[in-house]
Ligand binder design. Structure first.
Ligand code: KIV
Length: 274
């Protein structure tokens, strides 16, 4: 299995490139972003796919779940992210109730996302029940990514953030949902918080790539919430998050230093003045 960075690869990551990465067994590195600066840094660092996730409801807006996030808010964040990106593929989450009421509404809302943001596609949660909508979008030229397992928009139905697909019945349904999404035309599927053995089965049974978050090492790609992996969001630490930095601590120390300098009249100096 190749794990090399793809920064030297094609200029722009598209669905075609993502499909080829599965074939070539090149891992797909994905992160979320919600703003221009972060998106620009991720893109400069060789990330393949940026998801403007509705996780922004929790890590950016400070809400308890993703449910309150609106379509207008997603479009606002998506526009800022797209402006920061040259190479990565940018995918936008369809927020809660922007596609659940009926397929026609979901279709029009996805069209709005594509027209107003310049993103490369959308992501929506759920399997069989979204198949018709995924098919409609695919036929209209809108790339769609599925999302199975722990789907945070159904958190009240699940009753918590515990792993999914752990019983034989749930595992069977998840495998079926993944196949249905592939047949409907999804270009990839996120697998969130499921046993790694199940993720292996899904990954082997699909031609489209699986992107894991808390789904073990055998998915075709991995995704994390950027604020988690940079150590900015400290409210939870799920076991699947690896900290690559401790930015919350860096910010507290930096701001503390600034506050001290201002109070002690050490900032600004003559050199920092006009
Ligand atoms: O909203 C989000 O950030 C997501 C990822 C966790 C996959 O859906």
């Amino acid at each position: 299995m190749k794990n090399s960075s793809t920064t030297s690869g094609p200029k722009k990551v598209t669905t075609k490139v993502i499909a080829a990465m599965k074939k070539d067994r090149t891992r797909i590195a994905c992160l979320t972003a919600y703003d221009y600066i972060t998106a620009r840094l991720l893109d400069q660092s060789g990330i393949d796919l940026i998801l403007v996730g509705d996780s922004l409801g929790m890590v950016f807006q400070g809400q308890e779940t993703t449910l309150p996030v609106t379509l207008d808010e997603m479009i606002y964040h998506a526009k800022t992210v797209v402006r920061g990106v040259d190479r990565a593929m940018v995918i936008i989450d369809m927020p809660f109730m922007s596609y659940q009421a009926n397929d026609e509404e979901g279709f029009r809302n996805a069209g709005r996302v594509m027209k107003e943001t310049g993103a490369g596609g959308v992501k929506l949660e759920g399997g069989e029940r979204t198949a018709n909508l995924v098919h409609m979008m695919m036929r209209a030229g809108i790339p769609v990514m599925g999302h199975l397992g722990l789907t945070p928009q159904s958190i009240h139905q699940f009753g918590g953030f515990t792993p999914r697909g752990a019983t034989p019945g749930e595992a069977k349904q998840l495998l079926k949902d993944a196949k249905i999404l592939e047949e409907a035309g999804a270009f990839g599927v996120v697998l969130e918080k499921i046993p790694s053995e199940l993720a292996v089965k899904v990954t082997k049974s699909l031609k489209i790539p699986t992107i894991g978050i808390g789904a073990g090492m055998h998915c075709d790609g991995q995704i994390l919430v950027v604020s988690d992996m940079l150590g900015l969001y400290e409210d939870f630490h799920p076991r699947f998050v690896r900290y690559y930095a401790h930015l919350a601590e860096t910010i507290r120390q930096s701001v503390g230093g600034y506050v001290k300098d201002v109070k002690e009249e050490k900032f600004p100096t003559q050199k920092e003045s006009y």
